[in-house]
Design a protein around this ligand. Structure first.
Ligand code: KG4
Ligand code: ZN
Length: 335
């Protein structure tokens, strides 16, 4: 069972093959290869993703990327046993490109098609390098569109424990980056600037940590940042460091609470913001102190990629999930 995974929900066109060859079983499943084209440079002039440009670029890149992937994996189209694609959440036009491509490819070859939830992909990404990682665990999913704490009771059984009531953590990073006149995408640039600042020079609030519960909020931090910036007293580097520290502390406090609430001893941190080094340092210290383990995806699989979709699709395909029809289904606001 070898699964072609396709990710086009936002500004990366990404494909991968995950699975095992005929005659072997899931114990030997692995990532055969993955390819990615990032549209970051194309959207940078606009300060954010332009949906129409994103869709058109996916159309142009997806076919050549598949050829490159097959070459790299030393496989041919006939070696693929199922096709998985991100069906949502994401930009409708961008999702449609992956959905049409996946459905047509599968139809032509009589293969099943598996729809994958983008956040399930992120959540499983650490398993690409650590096949021993198994539920139950708590997942902190922090991307540009989501900040969620999820209890993974068993494979495929998810319970949403808490989420951001307003901006996602990555979105807050991106908005603060704009205020600090840093290029898109903001998260990595704020992190880089924060490295040069003094994180104790200013103290930003830790939103929603003074009351019980696992929901989060990041839009107040954005306003706080704007006000500090308007005062004109602090350096941009110190502001970036104080902002990052506040986001990191809030995420760590809520994750620790989720671990206590579930009694699980394993945390998975995934999504674009899980690439943040300060988050990893503070989270690792909290895990050592409270006695829970933490798994992260490797850096390139923190942000959007095809490998996580191929893996999620593989796990569903071997359970027999998958359609054989020409319905092109996307769910841009898939909860
Ligand atoms: O998971 P992802 O690639 O796409 C979504 O599904 O949204 O996440 C992208 C988000 C962006 O908001 C980006 O600024 C943020 O992840 N991000 C970071 C870092 N790297 C990416 N935020 C903070 N620190 C980083 N090192
Ligand atoms: Zn994502």
């Amino acid at each position: 069972m070898r699964v072609l995974g396709i990710e086009t929900s936002c500004d990366e066109t990404a494909l991968a093959i995950y699975g095992h060859p005929p005659g072997e079983d899931r114990q030997t499943a692995r990532l055969y290869g993955h390819v990615l084209h990032s549209q970051i440079a194309m959207h940078a002039d606009y300060g954010g993703v332009v949906p129409e440009l994103a869709s058109r670029d996916h159309v142009q890149k997806i076919w050549p990327l598949l050829d490159t992937l097959l070459d790299e994996c030393e496989l041919s189209a006939g070696d693929i046993d199922a096709v998985a694609y991100t069906a949502g959440p994401g930009l409708v036009g961008a999702l449609m490109v992956g959905a049409c491509f996946a459905t047509a490819f599968a139809w032509a070859r009589h293969l099943p098609v598996v729809r994958v939830h983008h956040m399930e992909g992120h959540l499983l990404a650490p398993m690409l390098d650590d096949p021993e990682l198994k539920p139950p665990f708590v997942a902190l999913l922090v991307s540009g569109g989501h900040s969620q704490l999820v209890a993974v009771h068993q494979a495929g059984e998810y319970e949403l424990l808490g989420e951001s009531l307003d901006d996602a953590a990555g979105e807050a990073f991106d908005k603060v980056a704009k205020m600090l006149e840093l290029d898109y995408p903001g998260g990595p640039n704020v992190a880089k600037l924060a490295d040069t600042g003094d994180r104790t020079a200013l103290r930003f609030p830790r939103p929603m940590t003074d009351r019980p519960g696992l929901d989060m909020s990041f839009s107040g931090l954005k306003t706080f940042t704007r006000n500090v910036l308007a005062e004109g007293k602090a350096s941009h580097a110190d502001i970036a460091a104080a902002f990052q520290e506040a986001v990191v502390d809030s995420l760590v406090i809520k994750s620790r609470r989720a671990i206590e609430a579930t009694g699980y001893r394993q945390l998975v941190v995934a999504g674009g913001v899980s690439a943040n080094r300060r988050l990893r340092t503070v989270m690792d210290a909290a895990g050592r102190k409270a006695g829970f383990g933490i798994a992260y995806p490797r850096a390139e699989f923190c942000t959007d990629n095809g490998a996580m979709i191929a893996l999620a699709g593989y796990r569903r395909a071997i359970e027999g999930e998958g359609r054989h029809n020409l319905e092109v289904l996307v769910t841009p606001r898939w909860p």
